[in-house]
Design a protein around this ligand. Sequence first.
Ligand code: BGC
Length: 399
Amino acid sequence: MNIGAFPTEFEWSTATAAHQIEGGNTNNDWWDWEHAPGTPVAEPSGDACNSWLQWTDDLDLIRGLGVRSYRFSVEWSRLEPAPGEWSNAACDHYLRQCEALVEAGIRPTVTLHHFTTPRWAVRNGGWTDPDIVGRFAEFTHRVAERLAPSVGRFCTLNEPNVVAAMGYLMGLFPPGVANDRASHDLAVTNMVAAHRAAVDAVRAAAPSAEVGLTVNMADYQTVPGGEAQAAEAEATENVFLDATDGDDFIGVQVYTRMLMGPDGWLGPQPGVPVVETMGYEYWPDALGACLRRTWARTGGRIPLLVTENGTASDGPGERTRFVHAALKSVLACLEDGVDVRGYTYWSLLDNYEWAFGYQPTFGLVHVDRTTFVRTPKDAYHWFAGVIAANNVPDQLSGD
Ligand code: BGC
């Protein structure tokens, strides 16, 4: 028995990001951060999944899933290795990838900035430098112009709220600064401006493509006295949700709930399973809650896309159960009139999980760290079945 069907046009997808899978992205701020002494980064990205060379292996896996879209990012530091200097070879590489996807009936969804910033841009202050707005817009225009014939959708910035918080408040991402509220706020202002400028650039260079932003969200719940903390946390997301007016979609990216008390996040709660390698609760229902909050915040003006959702829990059945529950929460949103156009599982591959290194495994596909041999997990086959049926089954198989 089925518990509900998704709309016929519902866009199933999976995702990756350049630095997490390509390997050898030596010209950006993350590479430096991974190799700097004394940082909290577990290990360097190195060869990652070797996807720069093995992208056709990835394509076979994407095709095998039956998704309608594949979300991946282009690496700014490869395309523009020095200010104004353009790599036609790198651009052709991404163009071939887009064309191959289109050929396979899969819509490329291209993210223009997924956490990594070219070394040259960082030297000038990175996201705290107002000049980055124009630089990013120029880069976007160029990419959109070249990829336009095959790319149906662009995401401007991936989770700018995470870049700002991790980079300037928590010191976990480059530039590795902690508690610098002024720089954080400046980076946020510049990222909002960069998003708006990039939307204009895409519209000028690729008028038929959709364009939008992706935001990292959590389901903030409270114990008495935690309301102000929850509101403060939501505000860091709202500043970007409020910057989406006129966009074609909002990319909602959700991994967990956070229970807030008077002093902030209370951490994982007793009795709630934990995604061990990430240190947060295994809480799939967070997705529906965040979709509803986004829809309410933006007044139902802009369609929503789940551009990331998934888990690093690799125990038997854990991933399947997670996605099953998350999808049920999406169905409930659809029934209530929330316009959710698609669902993207993060990630296609076990890949480089930033400061956590290779320990967390979000992939539908295991990647051998030495040979780069890709092996689909049970959840890969299960998710392919969901996509083929356009529905969520009652019965769950293993993970
Ligand atoms: C990021 C991904 C990351 C994922 C899982 C998102 O915040 O966009 O790059 O791998 O979460 O932590």
